[in-house]
Design a protein around this ligand. Structure first.
Ligand SMILES: Nc1ncnc2c1ncn2[C@@H]1O[C@H](COP(=O)(O)OP(=O)(O)OP(=O)(O)O)[C@@H](O)[C@H]1O
Ligand SMILES: [Mg+2]
Length: 264
């Protein structure tokens, strides 16, 4: 599907990752491989452990057990700084943008370019470069983020995460709460990231988005792996069955009832 899909060595491999919160086993023995130039969607029901997995990769939570291999080296991620140093960037669902600041200020918040004083020109040029590379439609990099659409904000958050030149980008629900046109824009953006050779992990609830942009789909159920699918060959019903753990259940019965009976 992608230009770089010939790469077969994962850039990132998780093996046997477990994470408990007291009595709750949020993740149990989870494996995940991410290849450069590929989009892996991670799907699962509420509480399946998706955000916990994102936080383990981001260095916000430390896994209790399991190993993480990055670029053929076993690594530990104990802090956000570790994740950043490895080249794993995360865009959290809330985006963490400052509404009252403009695009340039948001991109460089906490890592302003200086040459004695703030180098506004360099930061503005770099901001435009990033926006252009992402083929994003942002009217101006000097408008406050409050005036941007949801899709444009997602773009700003992704652009910010690219400043550290990551090799993996993790997007937690990038299209949740977006309209049709904005969703299409963000899906295009995800394809740009893949074309640049990044490994993309996309958390999503939306099977249409997943099937539109992902190369592979990893299902989590109750904190465990419940199948990895080739996105081109899997139907929404199959994914839903894996997500809820049964072919014969209320949601898939509903889905089947609405489909052509011959089209399983
Ligand atoms: N900080 C925490 N303390 C205690 N329990 C937690 C914590 N974070 C997550 N959990 C629990 O771990 C399990 C997995 O949660 P997680 O947020 O990873 O699920 P999710 O797949 O992201 O769900 P959603 O689709 O609702 O976002 C849930 O049972 C949740 O209640
Ligand atoms: Mg979550």
């Amino acid at each position: 599907m992608s230009a770089l899909s010939t790469a077969t060595e994962p850039i990132l491999s998780l093996r046997g990752i477990s994470k408990r919160f007291g009595a709750v086993a949020a993740l149990t023995d989870v494996d995940l491989d991410v290849l450069p130039g590929q989009v892996v969607a991670v799907v699962g029901d509420n509480g399946a452990g998706k955000s916990t997995l994102v936080k383990v990769l981001a260095g916000a939570h430390r896994a209790d057990t399991g190993s993480i291999t990055f670029a053929n080296r076993e690594v530990t991620i104990t802090s956000p700084a570790d994740a950043h140093a490895l080249g794993i960037a995360t865009v959290f669902q809330d985006l963490a943008l400052c509404e009252n600041l403009n695009v340039v200020e948001n991109l460089f918040l906490g890592r302003e370019l200086r040459r004695g004083r703030l180098d506004e020109v360099a930061m503005e040029i770099r901001s435009w470069e990033l926006v252009r590379q992402l083929s994003a439609k942002i009217p101006s990099v000097r408008v406050p983020v409050a005036s941007l659409s949801g899709g444009q904000r997602q773009t700003v958050a992704i652009a910010r995460s690219l400043l550290g030149d990551p090799r993996i980008i993790v997007l937690d629900e990038p299209t949740a709460a977006l309209g049709v046109a904005q969703t299409a824009e963000v899906l295009n953006l995800i394809e740009r990231l893949r074309d640049r050779g990044l490994g993309v992990i996309m958390i999503s609830h939306n099977m249409e988005d997943v099937r539109a942009v992902a190369d592979r789909v990893a299902v989590l159920r109750l904190g465990r792996n419940n199948g990895v699918f080739d996105a081109a060959g899997v139907s929404s019903e199959e994914l839903i069955a894996a997500i809820i753990g049964a072919a014969d259940n209320v949601v898939s019965r509903r889905t089947n009832r609405r489909e052509d009976p011959g089209d399983e």
